[in-house]
Design a protein around this ligand. Sequence first.
Ligand code: ADP
Ligand code: MG
Length: 246
Amino acid sequence: MTPVLRVENLTRYFGGLRAVHEVSFDVAPGELKALIGPNGAGKSTCFNMLMGQITPSAGKVELNGEPITGLPPREIWRRGVGRTFQITGTYQSMTVAENVQMALISHHRRLFSMLPYAYRLYREEAMALLDVVGMAQQADRACAILAYGDLKRLELAIALAHKPTLLLMDEPTAGMAPRERIALMQLTADIVKERGISVLFTEHDMDVVFAHAHHIMVLNRGELIADGTAAEVRSNPHVQEVYLGG
Ligand code: ADP
Ligand code: MG
């Protein structure tokens, strides 16, 4: 089976700093895969290269067997790579549903001059997505008054509006309380299962990672030192030494 994502020898230097060095891995269809590692390991740099935000110094990225290395972010997004943004990704003055409707309008490339019509057209689809993330009750509330955890779930609905085949989530649970973290990852795991999409995520909370990820990769000083199941990664002496501290 062709992997959704294939990364080969991905490398990025910042001046003399080797932020990411010859990283290679695959993400299979329907896989929930974690990329973990200490601060400064190169996780965000990897994500930014996958999204086209940063140009690789070397290496290759393929999406569904097609090269996407060096393409601009908009083009990579168009080909089905979604990502969750920070809170700035939502329009604070709009309601929860309107934010999702806006994302649907953008996905279907409706003209903005047709806005009132398009809004009505996508209300139902937006409500279905809000239902998926458990936000239907809050559809008509203004985003500005949402709790942080709810904003995160809204972000997920916005990302899903684009119908990605691969979703990249860089620290999706940052700033959330432990209970909320587990709930958001459980929700993500359910979505992966139901929709068959692939998700690559970073996360600091090891309980969350080991509970939900199908496979776990460990990055240390820009190098991938492990890629396997939770049991394999846990028992890897190199990982224990540099990361898990024991
Ligand atoms: P992580 O997300 O794993 O914490 P990052 O990818 O953000 O790690 O950073 C990896 C390394 O690259 C760090 O040493 C960081 O300081 C450096 N770095 C990241 N972005 C830049 C940049 N734009 N310019 C220079 N150095 C950077
Ligand atoms: Mg980071």
